[in-house]
Design a binder for this molecule. Structure first.
Ligand code: 2AM
Ligand code: CA
Ligand code: CA
Ligand code: CA
Length: 272
């Protein structure tokens, strides 16, 4: 059984406080869905309400820490202290359509002596399954109290690979298509489940063997990247560089599959 830090307890408590509300709102969305009243506005309220609960809890526990949250933007804090990065509802499109695949994502990013910042604590919490994927730097990645490892598969032909597809003109659809064209014929299957934080958490858990997506926001990936790394996996940009957030390209997998996927991705985008 892993020993939680006090900080992890803070973020998990916040997530567990916001979750019942999200579950209630999700049930309501399903009713709105059935009655065809158009649940879109209601869903954006669900995002905001969940975020409000999370921000209140986190502020209460660490009053001088900044919070970067999707709906409210940056709440300032002491620049020498850590910062929370929060997505109150990752997978809004699923939520809106009554599909129970969405998560709360919370990361803690600490300032380093170099002036850079690194994520040291991560939680991706799935309210509908009550699964808590979490990691602390140097202490591994966990699902509840079970240690997570990325998958051990080494052959692309056996691998299930997740991706996110550019939507509504955001991102480079031509690039995504080329990468898809290179990877899809080589692997056992491709999934697009629509919640980036869970895609990464599921790579950490070995459910997915790999994942690629571009053009996300820090709150989509901050927690998930630490989960994959602490589960023994690799997350790079599409050219294999170790600053995926700066390039805003994410290629995640175990060691063997990462190098194979990286070759396919590299050859498909080299001449673009
Ligand atoms: P969100 O649900 O918090 O908005 C999936 O590719 C990722 O892109 C999700 O993590 C999702 O986060 C984000 N995203 C933002 N806008 C989206 C949209 N219109 N359709 C699908 N995903 C979207
Ligand atoms: Ca998101
Ligand atoms: Ca969101
Ligand atoms: Ca959103």
């Amino acid at each position: 059984m892993p020993s939680h830090s006090g900080l992890f307890t803070v973020i998990e408590r916040a997530a567990r406080k916001a979750a019942p509300r999200l579950r209630r709102d999700f049930n309501e969305v399903q009713h709105l869905q059935v009655s065809r009243k158009g649940p879109a506005d209601f869903v954006s309220m669900a995002d905001k309400r969940a975020e409000q609960t999370l921000v209140e809890e986190l502020r209460h526990a660490r009053p001088d820490w900044a919070i970067l949250a999707e709906e409210g933007g940056e709440l300032p804090g002491d620049p020498n202290k850590p910062r929370f990065i929060v997505d109150p509802l990752d997978g809004t499109s699923n939520f809106l359509h009554g599909i129970p695949h969405f998560a709360i994502s919370i990361a803690v990013e600490e300032p380093l002596a170099s002036g850079k910042r690194e994520v040291t604590t991560a939680l991706v919490y799935q309210p509908m399954t009550d699964e808590s994927f979490w990691a602390e730097k140097g202490k591994g990645a966990w699902l509840q109290d079970a240690r997570l490892r990325v998958s051990a598969r080494r052959d692309l032909a056996d691998s299930l690979i997740a991706t996110g597809i550019p939507f509504l003109g955001h991102g480079d659809f031509a690039q995504w298509s080329r990468i898809f064209g290179a990877i899809a014929p080589e692997v056992a299957g491709i999934r697009r489940l629509g919640a980036a934080s869970l895609d990464l958490a599921w790579v950490a858990a070995g459910r997915f063997d790999g994942y690629w997506e571009a053009n996300l926001q820090p709150w989509d990936v901050a927690a998930g990247i630490l989960l994959v790394k602490e589960a023994g996996g690799f997350v790079t940009d599409f050219r294999g560089g170790d600053r995926p957030i700066e390039r805003n390209e994410y290629l995640a997998a175990n060691d063997a599959l990462h190098s194979k996927l990286h070759k396919l991705v590299g050859s498909s985008i080299r001449n673009m």
